[in-house]
Design a protein around this ligand. Structure first.
Ligand SMILES: Cc1cc2nc3c(=O)[nH]c(=O)nc-3n(C[C@H](O)[C@H](O)[C@H](O)COP(=O)(O)OP(=O)(O)OC[C@H]3O[C@@H](n4cnc5c(N)ncnc54)[C@H](O)[C@@H]3O)c2cc1C
Length: 419
């Protein structure tokens, strides 16, 4: 090959190599730039989402403030829907026709009911069971408490709702409240656990996650005796089918002959932390639970033993049993303390076995008006004239200084109450 041809071939090869090298450099730089642009776009999107969430939060809070009300407001029953044996939903609309404030999923309404033949109002709390979106009505879902030994009439308020209240009838209602609610701004994975009628607040949380379409990882555990007591079956199934981020798991403690495994229910037996351990990839979730006191006490203890920090366990009790069961020990546990009921001119000795100040008053024949017995409705607020006290469980909304919610309070020293 002549020298000039060889030089030309070599020069061509060098030029081609240089061109390829330059192209590689350009491609790498382009890839770096597009990766940086992608990450900037992601950061920008997250920032925009945070700003939108904050704006939405302040809009909702402003709206809630503007539309909320003090004291009692009249609502009429618009619709009643049977959900399962002994469980019905009640749809309530404001009698004044004005829009309703939004609420936080998990919050409840407090009713002041005028029962036939009774001159005193009966105060009861019922959780809102829908997502907070609807502004023209509220829905509560109530289990009719059946009669039992020494209580042949059954639950007073729940029987009134089921058997006496008719469409068009009026009830007095306090604005939504309660601290057991989902933090809608957080996007971390959650486990929602409802047992029996304890379904209601966690159902509101689930509905709100589904309607926000946030994709937030959500496990929903629901425990009932059998298919007859399985409320909202079709709604829950449809919601799990339409939302891949939602996993539904139903436990029947005593499945009936017609109940179909893997269709109606997924686990035969009582719900327990073992079910969670079997199904969840880790314990690293925020847990929200509501149900009978035994189930709650066992689940909270089981979660703690599994290493779940207390700050990730949120629960609400519908009855007074849990308040006592979960009460932390303190100095007050060791002795006997004198409680004076000044207006009644009576004294009583409190010991840890006495329970709350409300229990002590009732045992001594002293009437303190009461409602929920869980420190939520505020009916048993009582002025404290002297002495120190603390709470068996933190009340939903702590009362003003100088007063206590007798249903969840115990003395820490000799105490004088204005009761
Ligand atoms: C924050 C909160 C949210 C709630 N949300 C819901 C909800 O969404 N749905 C729901 O169904 N419930 C809910 N509850 C429970 C509800 O407020 C009532 O406690 C429940 O409906 C029972 O009230 P009642 O008047 O029907 O029964 P009550 O007449 O108060 O009877 C309650 C229980 O005490 C027993 N009892 C009462 N008196 C006697 C007696 N003399 N002798 C023996 N036993 C007696 C009864 O057998 C019964 O088991 C909630 C409670 C709270 C605190």
């Amino acid at each position: 090959m002549p020298l000039s041809t060889l030089i030309a071939v070599l020069a061509g090869a060098v030029l081609t190599g240089a061109a390829v090298y330059i192209l590689i450099i350009i491609a790498a730089a382009w890839r770096r730039e597009s990766a940086a642009a992608e990450s900037a776009a992601l950061e920008h999107r997250l920032l925009r989402e945070r700003i939108e969430a904050a704006a939405q939060r302040s809009r909702v809070e402003r709206e809630a403030d503007e539309l909320s009300w003090n004291g009692l407001r009249k609502f009429s029953l618009a619709r009643k829907v049977t959900e399962a044996e002994g469980i019905a939903s009640f749809y309530l609309v404001a009698h004044d026709g004005r829009p309703l404030p939004p609420f936080k999923p998990g919050q409840y309404l407090t009713f002041s009911l005028r029962l036939p033949g009774s001159d005193k109002p009966l105060v009861r709390c019922y959780s809102l069971s829908e997502a907070p979106e609807s502004r023209d009505h509220y829905r509560v879902t109530i289990k009719k408490v059946p009669p039992g030994p020494g209580h042949e009439q059954g639950g007073r308020a729940s029987t009134f709702f089921h058997d006496v209240l008719k469409v068009g009838d009026i009830v007095d209602v306090k604005a939504p409240s309660g601290k057991f609610h989902l933090d809608a701004e957080r996007s971390g994975p959650v486990v929602l656990i409802g047992s029996g009628v304890g379904l209601t607040p966690v159902l509101s949380m689930l509905n709100s996650i589904a309607s926000a379409k946030s994709g937030r990882e959500t496990w929903f555990f629901y425990g009932v005796p059998d298919g007859r007591h399985h409320a909202m079956k079709d709604h829950l199934k449809a919601l799990a089918k339409d939302n891949p981020n939602v996993r539904l798991h139903v436990s029947y403690s005593k499945p009936g002959p017609g109940d179909v495994a893997d269709s109606d229910f997924h686990h035969s037996g009582r719900f327990s932390v073992d079910v969670l351990k079997r199904l969840l990839p880790s314990s690293n979730y925020d847990y929200y639970l509501c149900g009978p006191s035994v189930m709650m006490d066992e689940t909270v203890a089981g979660l703690k033993a599994w290493g779940v920090p207390e700050s990730s366990i949120h629960f609400e009790s519908f009855g007074s049993g849990t308040a006592k069961a979960l009460a932390p020990a303190s100095d007050a546990d060791s002795g006997q303390l004198e409680v004076t009921f000044a207006r009644s001119k009576r004294c009583a000795s409190w010991t840890p076995a006495s329970g709350s100040l409300l229990d002590l008053a009732e045992a001594a024949g002293i009437t303190i008006p009461s409602g929920c017995r869980t420190g939520n409705c505020g009916t048993c607020i009582t002025a404290v004239q002297s002495g120190m006290f603390d709470y068996l469980v933190q009340p939903g909304s702590p009362p003003e200084k100088g007063s206590c919610l007798a249903c969840v309070t115990r003395p820490k020293s000799a105490l004088t109450l204005d009761a």
